[in-house]
Design a protein around this ligand. Structure first.
Ligand code: ADP
Ligand code: MG
Length: 482
C-alpha cells in the first residue's frame, strides 16, 4: 500500500437473533425449511394483520448491546423504511431509525503487529438496532422471471454499525472475529455465515495521512466470509488510491465483491439511492424499557471471550496465542476445560487439542462438540503420557486408533503392547548393539560431531519400535559415548 495514505473503514454487520419465532409474528425461524413454509399472514403483509414485537428478540438485542458496552435506550420506537422490491411484501421494512435499542458502545480488538507485539484497539460502535429481514429472490435455473422465498421475511436481525474507526483490513478481520465470538458466547446468534445468520457490508475510504476529513466512501456488499471482507477491503483501498493518485475522484457508490475474480464491481451510485421515507410505524407504539429488566439481562451475561482468554493465560499458563485459539470457538474452549478438569496438564492438553486432535477433526470435517474422542478419552491419553506409560510419539499413533475403534487409550496401549520401555538394562543392551554396529558414527561423534548422537538415538528407537523412553535413551547414549 502507498505509504502516504491511510484507509478509513466502518462495518455494518447484520446478525440473525437466535429466537424460535420471527420478530413480529409467530412464524418459525429454522433454516432449510420448504420455501414459503415458515410464513404467516403477518410475514406476507396481508391487509388487516398487525405486528407484535417478539420479547425474546428484544432481550437478545439488549444482551448484545450490554456486552458491546452500548447505552441501552429507555424509550424505543420502530420505523418503516420504504422500498419497492419483490422480496419485501409490505413494501416497507420495519426497522429503527432515530431511537435504536442500543446506542453508542465499543468493542476491543487485539491483533499482532509486524514485530509480533500485541496491539490493542478500541473500535466505537455507533448503534445496534432491531429490524426485520426481507425474503430471498431465486434466479438460478429459472428461465422466465424469478421465484421468491419469504421464509426469511420478518426474521429478527440486529444491525451492528461501527464507527469509521477501523484502519486496516486486518483490523476489520479482528473486529469481526471478536464480534462473532462475543455473540456466540452470549448465544445471541449462531453467526453462521453460510446460512446467512451473519452478513457484513464494508464501508471504505482513503485519505492522505495527516488529513482530518474523511474521503468519499464506497460500500461493499456480497461479502460471504471474513477472509472475503479482508480481501475486498484491501482491493478497494488499492483501487481508491490509484484513482486519487491519478488525479480523479472516488465516486460514492455501492460495489459488489466478486470472490472468484477477487474484484469489486460498481452496483449502484448514490444518485440512484433510495429515499426510504422513514416514519414511525403506527402499528407499533413507542414504549419504555424498565431498568430492572436491563439489570436482569446484565446478570445473565456469561464470562466473555476476553475474560476467558485472561483466565486461560493466568490459571493455565497458556500463551496468549494458545488461549485465544481455544477461546475463539466456545465449544473448543469448553472441550479444553473438560480435559483439564480431569487433572490433565493444561499445556499438554492445549497442545494435543490444537495439533493432533484438531488435525483429525478438520480432516474429517467433524465439529469439536461431536468429536468421537471425547474430553475424557483425550484426558486418558494425556494421562498415559504424563505417567510415562507411553511416549508422545507413540501417543500420536494411539489417537487415530482411538478414533477408529472407539476404545480408550489404555486399552489400545495394552492390546498393542505399546507400553514405553523404561527398563534401563534393556535399553543399555540395545544401545550397546547400536554402538557396535555403527563404529563410523561413533568415531564422528568423538571427533566432535555432536549431532551424530541424534542418529544413534534414532537407531535405538527403531530397534525398540519407538517404545523406548527417548529421554532415557539419550542419557544412556551420552553416558556411553563420554
Ligand atoms: P450511509 O448514510 O451511507 O449509510 P452512515 O453514516 O450510516 O452512511 O455510515 C455507514 C457506515 O459507514 C458506518 O459503519 C460508518 O462508520 C461508515 N462510514 C461513514 N463514513 C465513512 C467514510 N468516510 N469512510 C469509511 N467509512 C465510513
Ligand atoms: Mg447506513
Amino acid at each position: 500500500m502507498n505509504q502516504k495514505y491511510e484507509a478509513v473503514i466502518g462495518l455494518e454487520v447484520h446478525v440473525q437473533l437466535a429466537t424460535q419465532s420471527k420478530l413480529f409474528s409467530g412464524a418459525p425461524t429454522h433454516f432449510g425449511a420448504e420455501p414459503n413454509s415458515n410464513t404467516t399472514p403477518i410475514c406476507m403483509g396481508w391487509p388487516g394483520t398487525l405486528p407484535v414485537l417478539n420479547e425474546a428478540a428484544l432481550k437478545l438485542a439488549i444482551k448484545a448491546g450490554l456486552a458491546l458496552n452500548c447505552r441501552i435506550a429507555e424509550r424505543l420506537k420502530f420505523d418503516r423504511k420504504h422500498y419497492f422490491y419483490p422480496d419485501l411484501p409490505k413494501a416497507y421494512q420495519i426497522s429503527q431509525y432515530d431511537m435504536p435499542v442500543n446506542g453508542k458502545g465499543s468493542l476491543t480488538i487485539e491483533l499482532e503487529d509486524e514485530q509480533g507485539g500485541l496491539q490493542i484497539r478500541e473500535i466505537g460502535i455507533t448503534r445496534a438496532h432491531l429490524e426485520e429481514d426481507a425474503g430471498k429472490l431465486l434466479h438460478e435455473g429459472i428461465k422466465d422471471g424469478s421465484l421468491v422465498d419469504y421464509n426469511r421475511a420478518g426474521m429478527p436481525l440486529l444491525e451492528i454499525v461501527s464507527e469509521p474507526d477501523i484502519r486496516t483490513p486486518a483490523e476489520a478481520y479482528a473486529y469481526l472475529t471478536a464480534l462473532k465470538a462475543i455473540l456466540q458466547y452470549l448465544e445471541v446468534s449462531d453467526c453462521n455465515m453460510e446460512e446467512g445468520s451473519l452478513r457484513c457490508d464494508a464501508n471504505v475510504s482513503v485519505r492522505l495521512i495527516g488529513e482530518t476529513k474523511f474521503g468519499t466512501k464506497t460500500e461493499i456488499k456480497n461479502l460471504n466470509s471474513f477472509k472475503a471482507v479482508q480481501k475486498a477491503i484491501q482491493y478497494e483501498i488499492d483501487r481508491q488510491i490509484e484513482i486519487v493518485e491519478g488525479g480523479d475522484r472516488v465516486v460514492q457508490e455501492t460495489r459488489l465483491w466478486n470472490d472468484v475474480k477477487s474484484q469489486t464491481f460498481a452496483m449502484r451510485s448514490k444518485e440512484e439511492a433510495h429515499d426510504y421515507r422513514y416514519f414511525p410505524d403506527p402499528d407499533l407504539v413507542p414504549f419504555t424499557i424498565d431498568r430492572e429488566t436491563v439489570e436482569e439481562i446484565q446478570k445473565s451475561i456469561p464470562e466473555l471471550p476476553a475474560a476467558r482468554t485472561q483466565r486461560f493465560m493466568k490459571e493455565c499458563g497458556l500463551s496468549r496465542y494458545d488461549a485465544s485459539v481455544l477461546v475463539g470457538d466456545k465449544k473448543l474452549g469448553d472441550y479444553f476445560e473438560a480435559v483439564i478438569a480431569t487433572g490433565a496438564d493444561s499445556k499438554l492438553a492445549s497442545n494435543w487439542i490444537q495439533s493432533e486432535l484438531l488435525a483429525i477433526l478438520n480432516e474429517r470435517k467433524i465439529p469439536i462438540e461431536n468429536s468421537p474422542v471425547g474430553a475424557d478419552a483425550l484426558a486418558g491419553l494425556i494421562s498415559l503420557i504424563q505417567k510415562n506409560t507411553i511416549s508422545g510419539k507413540i501417543a500420536k499413533d494411539v489417537l487415530p486408533m482411538m478414533f477408529e475403534t472407539g476404545k480408550t487409550a489404555e486399552v489400545i496401549v495394552k492390546e498393542k503392547g505399546l507400553v514405553q520401555v523404561t527398563d534401563t538394562k534393556l535399553i543399555e543392551e540395545v544401545a550397546d548393539r547400536v554402538l557396535a554396529a555403527n563404529p563410523k558414527v561413533v568415531a564422528d561423534f568423538r571427533a566432535g560431531k555432536g549431532q551424530a548422537v541424534g542418529f544413534l538415538v534414532g537407531q535405538v528407537m527403531k530397534e525398540t519400535k519407538g517404545k523406548a523412553n527417548p529421554k532415557i535413551v539419550n542419557e544412556i547414549l551420552t553416558q556411553k559415548l563420554s
